[in-house]
Design a protein around this ligand. Structure first.
Ligand SMILES: [Mn+2]
Length: 325
């Protein structure tokens, strides 16, 4: 889908607007932040008088090296309506968290995304589900804007791509992804430094949590589904926060014979957040959507309102059902 995106329309909208609100999704990852910060840097470079980046959550420590990340705000002083709200890496406006009303109040909404569309909320939609990362779409928008590719912008965009392709290891990596990455490296982004910051730098508490999580490892009899479950008690014991669960599910997915890997964790308000990863042709986005979640074919998430134990059983049943058909 989205072979020909309305880049011209987006460029026209940007040229004729003065004030911008740029919004990555809540629990922001490297792609949401990288895309949002690249766009904000580009708008400032263009001399736009008002460019704010606002996010429901603060920038996680591992992404604080991103140029411009110090400008991300979690609260905004009320001001006049923004001309354009640019929402990055989200297919539902609820992913803007408490800033959703502010986004809706903007004169126009520009969506830059690569998720399967769930809700038509934008006036201009740059949504390409074949893009490995929203950063790819943002890159193409910046090219259409004839924006100079500074090392700072290139670093933000390449971080988005490196995050969402798991360093070009996921099957979403296409020749175009690599071409764009190549341009970004040539423009001054340090790919090795980005990998070091995103994948090779962990907090003590997150490794401690990894150990506790892996001690709960279970699988179905045939070994096709495997999962780990993190209770509140484990978060407390490790002194870790939810953002420190990042990457744990990949250990589960790497087990020989596993086709669907799951990471379940208890939230402070007694819900269970689930990350799903699959290998091959199992579409976990469809499974997640059964529970009001979403994502991509091989990486998705959802939230269940039940105990950890019940959530694991419910999900295993649902995954088995999808595997049979
Ligand atoms: Mn993304």
């Amino acid at each position: 889908m989205a072979r020909r995106l309305p880049f011209r329309q987006a460029v026209g909208l940007i040229e004729t607007s003065e004030s911008f609100l740029v919004v990555p999704h809540l629990h922001p990852d490297g792609d949401a932040l990288g895309s949002a910060l690249a766009l904000a840097l580009a708008l400032r470079l263009k001399g736009k008088p008002i460019v704010e980046v606002v996010c429901h959550d603060p920038v996680p420590e591992i992404y604080q090296f991103l140029p411009g990340s110090e400008c991300v705000q979690t609260e905004l002083q009320p001001r006049t309506t923004y001309d354009v709200a640019i929402v990055c890496d989200m297919s539902q406006l609820s992913r803007a968290g408490r800033h959703e009303p502010l986004v809706r109040s903007a004169r126009q909404i520009l969506q830059v995304d690569h998720h399967v569309p769930q809700e038509p909320f934008a006036d201009v939609r740059l949504v390409d589900t074949t893009a490995a990362a929203t950063a790819e779409v943002a890159y193409r928008l910046l090219r259409a804007m004839k924006c100079p590719m500074t090392p700072e912008i290139a670093t933000c965009l390449l971080t988005g791509i490196v995050t969402d392709t798991f360093s070009f290891k996921f099957p979403n990596t296409t020749p175009r992804t690599l071409r764009i990455a190549s341009h970004l490296q040539a423009a001054g982004a340090d790919i090795s430094a980005i990998n070091e910051r995103v994948f090779e730098t962990r907090s003590f508490s997150s490794v401690k949590l990894l150990g506790l999580a892996l001690s709960t490892l279970q699988r179905t009899e045939d070994g096709a589904i495997a999962w780990v479950a993190i209770s509140r008690k484990m978060f407390e014991e490790a002194g870790a926060s939810d953002e420190e669960t990042e990457g744990i599910v990949n250990f589960v997915r790497s087990i020989r014979g596993v086709r669907v890997a799951m990471l379940l964790r208890e939230t402070p308000n007694q819900k269970v957040r689930v990350s799903l990863r699959s290998r091959g042709a199992i579409n976990v986005a469809q499974i997640a959507s059964q529970f009001g979640g979403g994502g991509h074919e091989n990486a998705a998430g959802c939230t269940l309102e039940m105990s950890l134990e019940e959530a694991a059983q419910t999900l295993v049943r649902e995954v088995l059902r999808w595997m049979e058909c």
